[in-house]
Design a protein around this ligand. Sequence first.
Ligand code: HDE
Length: 730
Amino acid sequence: MAKKITNKIPLVHQQENKKTEQLESFVAQSVGKEMSSNTGVKINDDQNSLKAGDRGQTLLEDFLLREKITHFDHERIPERVVHARGSGAHGVFKVYEDMSAFTKAAFLCDPTVETPVFVRFSTVAGSRGSTDLARDVRGFAVKFYTQEGNFDLVGNNMPIFFIQDAVKFPDLVHAVKPEPDNEIPQAASAHDTFWDFISHMPESSAMIMWLMSDRALPRSYRMMEGFGVHTFRLINASGTSSFVKFHWKPLLGVHSVAWDEAQVISGKDPDFHRRDLWDAIEAGAFPEWELGVQIVPEEDESKYGFDLLDPTKLIPEELVPVQRIGKMTLNRNPENFFAETEQVAFHVGHVVPGIDFTNDPLLQGRLFSYTDTQLIRLGGPNFQEIPINRPVVPVHNNQRDGYMRQTINRGKTSYGPNGIAENDPHQVTAADGGYVSHNERIDAQKIRARSRSFFDHFSQARLFLNSQSDAEKNHLLDAFSFELGKVKMVQIRERMLALLAHVDAGLAAEVAYALGLSVPNISLTELNGSIPADADKASYTPEQVKESPFKSDALSMAGTVKDSVSTRKVAILAADGVDGKALSKVKDTLVSKGAVVHVIAPKLGFIISMDDTQIAVDESFLTAASVLYDAVYVPAGANSVATLEAEANAVHFLNQAFKHCKAIAVDKAAIQVIEASYFFKKLPEKYAAETALEEGVLVSEDPSKLSDLFAEMISRHRFWDRELPRKVPA
Ligand code: HDE
């Protein structure tokens, strides 16, 4: 009987939309199929090449061998020059209400329309195979397959950038990439060339605050904000333009891991973020973000004391609130990493009517770069025909030929105007959706220069610093001390200290202490290395705005969403003789709230509880690691407790969880296990349930009470405040 063949990939949750339907026609599924060559010839022997005798030379005639090896030899394409390491997912976007007062973009005007999207998250500096947990900016690129063509929002998880002009981008990237003589270090900014460059670029001051903050260490792609960074324009049907900043707000909140944890994860599971995104979607826990906009009417362009065209500046949410206008849900994993995630080609210049550009000089340079880079990366001008890049609407124009052309254009004409085809394909009026660029009035001299309105490099660096919680500030200080500590040349460390002093004297002094240096006094004129050959240095001196900045709560992660344990990973440490009822109570409570709970034991297979039931083990102490979980629970059961108390891996698991400020819950009868830890003696005397919520360590006799309080603790993410007073080795 013939095998039942399905063309569907057995995903737990198959979510269809117009784009995935389009992709379906390109999908190949080999289950039950005969093997053939690329020319369709059935293959009889794929195990042996054609030889002159079974011990003789291989024959050049072997077309099957040649085809197979040749294809293999050409399997690789250049990785992205930046953002090489990434992960993608499909999903949908829906606007909440009609935004036609501001934009004519159809997908933002009709709340009934569901727009397919493909999203790619990435790190910036590392190669394709580098760790997910590098301290780095994260790319957050979204392709909307709208009914008016593709719109790409190619953003990052930080709202500003390092440089103000695209011409400096190759310098920035050369400085941060591994050093050219020995290609060290991989995926890290902690080295001389990066900080050498930054120490000459005061305009990077605000961005390096973000980069040294915990924002550079996301707990998950699903728990990151996204930002379009530049100011764009929205254009409505009557041609009125408003400035806009785009935001993505994750419904799970914005959360980070600790730097020590990030470094350990990089060894234990370099695919941590990729796996997390994949697993969440497979489990049906679809990640969601709200699309936010800050809209500024044209007449308010100069209202805020900084230039909206300057990409090193954000608009504080206290000045212009973020309006949440729609929701994106990622609900389907790619079928094939290369075909989709690797070949997807984003471009900040992919816009639809109703969305337009501003003169931000960084954005203007990007408008050139993204097509150019696809030409080398994807091999020619027909990359828009690759399935993942195709719009879901028809494409007709007079562009023809080129490498790997897929479309078979019928007819004689590939030019216009033409009479033979009655001028088709024909242009489209604005009323019918033809794209018309905003008719901005320009009256200027051609000049290589930078506007003085871009010259305050410090106010927003200080604003960011000022807005951080104490724990976040400590992390930032540690990050500078770590990164500059890895810099070998003392003069670079000193220049950086001098630059930091222009942001905040206290921060500079503390980093200087960690580096064993004092803060040199270097003037802003001297610090600024970014000056044209003939320019007068003084006229390029950054402005030092002295007024004390306000605090913007939106810039801190301390006040983020902390109301859910959904998709949080919880470890239960157990061994034979565990109290199965307590274990089940906690596990069931957490699973019912959406957490992912793993039983971790000395060996794989099963453990036998004290009342003789078999409990499946998910991981052993060898395969699991504390850093891969958000929280840990130790249930009672005399034999289990005795085993864990004597098991160094279990004690280490708890020590690390404590060090990384995670929620820890222990049945009272299992207290010996935490008594064996480093942190036990650091706990306040009363570490009973009542104090648990502050400390993040809970000891209780009552599994019901424990499971509810434990869930609440986990939803708070981390207990950063216990970090300093109770520092432990681990
Ligand atoms: Fe990019 N950037 N970028 N960039 N960028 C690329 O395009 C570039 C910038 C961003 O997942 C490249 O296809 C220049 C800012 C993301 O495929 C390249 C400048 C922001 C991704 C390129 C910038 C970004 C890229 C490399 C300064 C945040 C990954 C491969 C003028 C708003 C997209 C590619 C993906 C990728 C150039 C600055 C975001 C070379 C010249 C600012 C998320 O074209």
